[in-house]
Write a protein that binds this ligand. Structure first.
Ligand code: PLP
Length: 397
C-alpha cells in the first residue's frame, strides 16, 4: 500500500475521463446534457451515488476528484465537499437529529457549532447538552434513552483538549448513537477517526487542507450507508462547493504533507522556546510531552499541526496590546491553517459561560497562535522582541 502522501496525489484523477489532463479540469458548468432519454434516466438514477453529473449542486466532476482524495485519506468510502465547514457540520447534524432527540456536544466545540446547536437544533425540538472533554472516557452517565448523537472536536481549537475517541465510540456503538467529529486541527493526514469507530468526520478545510487562506470550504467523510442518508440532505441544503473552489482545494491538498511537516516542526520548536521564556506561564500544544492530553494524543494522532495556545504572565491590557501590536510576522486574525503565521487574543472566549471557560483553562492572558511557513528563526526573533516589549510595559506603573 502506498503512503497517504503518495496516494492522495493520484486518487480521483480520472485521466481517461478528462482527456489525459494531469490536473482535473474545472468543470465550470451548472448543468450537464444528455444524448438520449435512456442516458438521462440512467444519469438521474445515479446522481446521488455521485457517478454521473446532472446538476452541479448535486454532482460535479471537479468536486468528485477532491471528494475521492478525502475519502481515501479518511480511510472510508465517501466524502462530500461543502462551501464551508459550517455547511458540512450543519448537514451532518440535520441528517441525524429530529424533534425529541437528545444530542451531546463537547463544551469547547467551535463557537458557531455551539450556536447552531443552541439556536437551530433547539428550535427544531432537539435537546442539546454539553459535556466537558475530560468526561469523554466515561460519558455513560450523560446518556439518555433518546440520545441520538455525540459530537466531538479533538483536539479542540482554543486550548486543544483531547477527547478519548475510542471510549466515546465504543459506548456509542452499544447504544446505536451516531458520532460526529470535527477533525480540522489534525487534518485527514494526522488523524483518521473512522478507524477509531467514529461515524462521520467533518472539517473546516478552509484551514490546513486548502492551506492558502484563499478559500472557505468544508468536507465530510463517512461510509456508504451513512453517505446515502447525508448526501440527499446536503443536496437540499445547497451548501455545495463550487468547481473553482474544489480545484483550489485539490491544488492545496497536494502539498498538505509537506506543509504540515514543516509547520509541525516549527510549532514544536516555538512551543518549547515559549515554555522557557520567563514571560510565559504555559504553552498548550498537543505535541509537547507535558501537554495534559499528550499520551492520548499520541494514541490517536500520528502528528500535530501548528495551532496552539500560550498564557502570558498575569498582565495588564496595555502590556498585552504592546506584545501583539509589536509583532511583525504574526497577523492578528481569526482562522488558521494557511501559509502565514497568526495571533489571536482569546482571553474573551466564553466570558458568558464561566464554567466552560474554566474547563478550557482560558484566562485574560491567553493567546492562540498559528505557525505558518515563514523561517522559524525569524518567527522566534519576532516573538522575542514582542515579549520584551510586553515585559517592559507590564512592569511600568
Ligand atoms: C474547529 C473549527 N471547526 C469548524 C469551523 C467552521 O469552518 P468554516 O469557517 O469553514 O465554515 C471552524 C472555523 O474557524 C473551526 O475553527
Amino acid at each position: 500500500m502506498p503512503s497517504n502522501a503518495t496516494a492522495l496525489l493520484h486518487q480521483g484523477d480520472d485521466r481517461q475521463r478528462h482527456h489525459g489532463a494531469i490536473s482535473t479540469p474545472v468543470y465550470r458548468a451548472s448543468l450537464f446534457g444528455f444524448e438520449s432519454y435512456a442516458d438521462f434516466e440512467v444519469a438521474t438514477a445515479n446522481e446521488i451515488a455521485a457517478k454521473t453529473p446532472v446538476y452541479t449542486r448535486v454532482c460535479n466532476p471537479t468536486r468528485q476528484a477532491l471528494e475521492e482524495k478525502i475519502a481515501l485519506l479518511e480511510k472510508t468510502d465517501r466524502a462530500i465537499a461543502f462551501s464551508s465547514g459550517m455547511g458540512a457540520i450543519s448537514a451532518a447534524l440535520l441528517a441525524f437529529l429530529q424533534q425529541g432527540d437528545h444530542a451531546l456536544f463537547v463544551s469547547g466545540c467551535y463557537g458557531p457549532t455551539r450556536q447552531f446547536a443552541d439556536t437551530l437544533l433547539s428550535a427544531l425540538g432537539v435537546e442539546v447538552e454539553y459535556y466537558r472533554a475530560a468526561e469523554s472516557p466515561a460519558l455513560e452517565k450523560r446518556l439518555k434513552p433518546n440520545t441520538r448523537l455525540i459530537y466531538l472536536e479533538s483536539p479542540g481549537s482554543l486550548t486543544f483538549q483531547i477527547q478519548d475517541i475510542r471510549a466515546v465510540t465504543q459506548l456509542a456503538q452499544t447504544r446505536n448513537i451516531i458520532t460526529v467529529i470535527d477533525n480540522s486541527w489534525a487534518t485527514s493526514l494526522y488523524q483518521q477517526p473512522i478507524t477509531m469507530g467514529v461515524d462521520v468526520v467533518v472539517h473546516s478545510a478552509t484551514k490546513y487542507i486548502a492551506g492558502h487562506s484563499d478559500v472557505v470550504v468544508g468536507l465530510l467523510a463517512c461510509n456508504e450507508d451513512l453517505y446515502q442518508r447525508i448526501k440527499p440532505i446536503a443536496a437540499l441544503l445547497g451548501a455545495n462547493l463550487s468547481p473553482d473552489d474544489a480545484w483550489l482545494v485539490t491544488r492545496g491538498l497536494r502539498t498538505l504533507p509537506l506543509r504540515l511537516a514543516a509547520q509541525e516542526a516549527a510549532a514544536l520548536k516555538i512551543a518549547r522556546w515559549l515554555q522557557n521564556r520567563p514571560e510565559v506561564r504555559q504553552a498548550l500544544y498537543p505535541g509537547l510531552p507535558d501537554f495534559p492530553g499528550y499520551a492520548l494524543a499520541q494514541k490517536q494522532m500520528s502528528g500535530s499541526s501548528s495551532l496552539f495556545a500560550f498564557k502570558l504572565a498575569p498582565s495588564t491590557p496595555k502590556a498585552r496590546a504592546a506584545f501583539v501590536d509589536s509583532l511583525r510576522y504574526f497577523t492578528i486574525a481569526v482562522s488558521w491553517g494557511g501559509f502565514e503565521s497568526l495571533i489571536l487574543p482569546i482571553g474573551n472566549a466564553f466570558k458568558d459561560l464561566p464554567d466552560t471557560r474554566a474547563a478550557l483553562g482560558i484566562d485574560d492572558d491567553t493567546f492562540r497562535i498559528c505557525i505558518g511557513l515563514e523561517d522559524v528563526d525569524d518567527l522566534i526573533a519576532d516573538l522575542s522582541q514582542g515579549l520584551e516589549k510586553f515585559q517592559m510595559e507590564n512592569k511600568s506603573p
